[in-house]
Design a protein around this ligand. Structure first.
Ligand code: CMP
Length: 224
C-alpha cells in the first residue's frame, strides 16, 4: 500500500457539487463557499487515502472511482467494512467525535475526490441544517448496513454470506443480475469473514449448481 499520492489538484465547480447527494437541499450561496474552500484531487489505485489511527484533518467525497474501508490486525489479516462509490463520503467520523481515524480507506481503482478541510467544513455544517441532515442520513444507512452484517455473521453460514454479498453487489444488466465491478475471491473473503479457500469452494459449488456464471471478469447470477 502506498501513502496518499497527489496526482494533481483542481478546483471543483458549483455544477459538480449540485450532483452530490451530500449537498442535496444546500443553497447555492453555501455551495459557493464550499467551492472556494474545497479541492479536487486524483489518486492512483491502491493509494491509502486515510490511515487508521491518524489525526483527522479532512473529509472526502468520491467523485469518480471506488474505495475500500478496511482494518487489519497485527498479523496483517484484513476485514473490508465497506466499499464506497461515487457520491459517497468518508472521513466524517473523526470530524464529528474528534477521535483518530477509525479505519483505512484505500482506493480500489483510480479515484477523483473532493477534499474539504475540517475547520471550514465544520463551519459549513454549523451554517446549514440540510447538510447536517444529509450526513445523519448516511450515518443511519451505515448503521443499518452494519446491523445487517452483524446479523449475517451471527446467523448465516459462509454459503449464505457469500450468496447475500453477491446479490448486494449485483445490478440488473440486460435483464440479468450481474456483478460488473472487479470483485476478487480475496475481496469477498475479507467481506464475509471467511478464508479465501472457503470462498473459492463456495463459488465453485454455486457455479457447478448453476446459480452463478463467471465469465470475462463478471459474475452473472441465475436466480430463476
Ligand atoms: P474516519 O474515522 O474519520 O476515517 C475512516 C473513515 O472510514 C470513517 O471516518 C468513515 O468515513 C469510514 N468508515 C468507517 N467505518 C465505516 C463503515 N462501516 N461503513 C462505511 N464507512 C465507514
Amino acid at each position: 500500500m502506498s501513502t496518499e499520492q497527489d496526482m494533481g489538484r483542481m478546483v471543483p465547480s458549483l455544477a459538480l457539487l449540485r450532483t452530490l447527494p451530500m449537498f442535496t437541499g444546500v443553497p447555492d450561496a453555501q455551495l459557493e463557499t464550499i467551492v472556494r474552500m474545497a479541492v479536487c484531487r486524483k489518486v492512483a489505485r491502491h493509494t491509502t487515502i486515510v490511515r487508521a489511527g491518524d489525526h483527522m484533518d479532512s473529509i472526502y467525497v468520491i467523485i469518480e472511482g471506488n474505495a475500500k474501508v478496511l482494518n487489519s490486525d497485527a498479523d496483517g489479516r484484513e476485514v473490508i467494512l465497506s466499499w464506497l462509490g461515487p457520491g459517497e463520503f468518508f472521513g466524517e467520523m473523526g470530524m464529528i467525535d474528534g477521535s483518530p481515524r477509525s479505519a483505512n480507506v484505500v482506493a480500489s481503482e483510480a479515484c477523483e475526490l473532493l477534499v474539504m478541510a475540517k475547520a471550514e467544513f465544520k463551519q459549513c455544517l454549523a451554517d446549514n441544517f440540510d447538510l447536517c441532515l444529509n450526513i445523519m442520513k448516511s450515518l443511519v444507512h451505515r448503521l443499518r448496513e452494519a446491523d445487517r452484517k452483524i446479523e449475517s455473521l451471527a446467523l448465516m453460514d459462509v454459503y449464505g454470506r457469500v450468496a447475500k454479498l453477491l446479490l448486494e453487489f449485483s445490478s440488473k444488466e440486460n435483464g440479468q443480475r450481474t456483478i460488473v465491478r472487479k470483485l476478487t475471491k480475496l475481496d469477498i473473503s475479507k467481506m464475509v469473514g471467511a478464508s479465501r479457500e472457503m470462498v473459492s469452494r463456495v463459488m465453485k459449488d454455486l457455479e457447478a449448481s448453476g446459480y452463478i456464471q463467471i465469465e470475462a471478469g463478471r459474475i452473472i447470477l441465475n436466480l430463476d
